[in-house]
Design a protein around this ligand. Sequence first.
Ligand code: UDP
Ligand code: MN
Length: 534
Amino acid sequence: MLGGDKTAENQASQSPEEILRQDLLYLHVNHSLQFFDKPSGEYMGRNGRRVNVDKTKFSKEEQNEFTRGWSLNKFNQYVSDRIPMHRNLPDMRHRSCKKSFGEDLPQTSVIICFVNEAMSVLLRTIHSVLDRSPSHLVREIILVDDFSDLPHLKQPLEDYVARLGKVRVIRTEKREGLIRARLLGYSHAKAETLTFLDSHVEVTDGWLEPLLDRVGQNWTNVVTPLITSINNADFHFGRWSHNNIYVGGFAWNLLFIWDLFENPFDANNQIQPLRSPTMAGGLFTIHKDFFTRIGTYDPSLDFWGGENLELSFKIWMCGGSLEVLPCSIVGHIFRQSSPITWEGKSFRVLSKNLIRVAEVWMDDYKDIFYRISGRKPVDYGDVSERKALRDRLKCHSFEWYLRNVYPFRYIPASTPIGVIQNKAVPKCILGLTKGKAIAASSCDSNRFQLFWLSQDSSIQSDIGCVDYSGQKQPVMLTCHHKRGNQEWQLRKDGSLYHVVSAKCMEMSVGGGSVEMLPCRDIERQKWILPKRGS
Ligand code: UDP
Ligand code: MN
């Protein structure tokens, strides 16, 4: 465990250099100097840089520590434990973000839920908030322990944070899942606004003021920082560019996706808030009264998932707005997979959550969700209270939301959706992930095989659009809805014609792959597409 008790003492009266020096001293004593970058003498991870370790030089103990860290967390705890808790980070903000804010920004309660988080990662999260936020704006940091069993999160955590002054730990009495854990944090929060964070983030300079400023301007504004990625293997703090900013969206299976605004920036204003149809869920600031007014979260959502869409739909449909603020930058560790289990039933729990969201908020559009996700109705409990809430608040319809907030989300409502099957070989095309070639597999209508032809002539699925730019095979890419490499025609003879290249989609002889070739009159270039009503 990363102790670092000394760094916590008298923190308020110490300069950042002094705090960092003590961090390094701790690392020196506990981990020996071998993790310093010898030529430069710099500490590991400085300025958000990546940390590479030479595993060939590992002792047996180090090897064990390394393996255990990965399997417990699905990120490289071994590396995290060797990076100072107060490491500095690059300032990636646009220069116009560095303005001064008024005196009257509202205060916030930072709420961080965790379950079995690695100590060094959790403490780096907390210290980054304390180090990089104006002290008078952070009323408190509430850590909500969702029934962790790792011992470092019990008394040692409480002893550590007791010295930090405004940080306290509250605990659930059983495993509640992140939704009810956040609600517990909310019930204890004293400030005017709430800032939720995951337990594995690092905030950067100036992250908080824009969030509070925007919520202060209008209590119905809900805002998220721009989320960059902290690499789960080497802890590199990801950079981003203004040309590549995504906002939150959703796929019709109700999983969160990052989506691209066609024209995210006004060229003259690179720091404007970006309207975001949804939020990823973990990192946002909301006025406490607005959160209360719109009925917080549905408390019957268990474990993980769906709550981000529930809140996003509700914010927009019931009188608020949701934005990404490019001046506020926070890094988040996207883990390899989730290390957290929910009594081994995560799929069913997620089905229940998503169905509750669809039933309450999506009106008739819920049919598209059922059709595309293939989720079968499970016992999703009683939603009458949530529907009553929606009526009481006189919220807009889901159709209004789609039209006004998410016009670039294609609606496959009246479009037939289904498999694209070859006439010669009984196989269907399959698009597993973006960036990968279209494959062929036996037809079973799994969601990677479900496509529709959109109004702008793309072959679209929940993953993206079929794109061809001259290689051997077509690939799945993000839909741009600008025709070009994504424009296809289903011709009368059953061929799938790619307009720009003037080639046709062809199944290989054995049905092993899908290729683009000059058009010719053979059955392997003929396809059966989803029909209306199918
Ligand atoms: N979390 C929790 N209880 C749970 C699941 C998650 O308190 O049952 C916490 C978790 O520790 C994290 C936050 O909720 O701080 C968001 O979860 P996670 O990071 O697993 O979601 P992801 O970022 O992977 O979508
Ligand atoms: Mn997370």
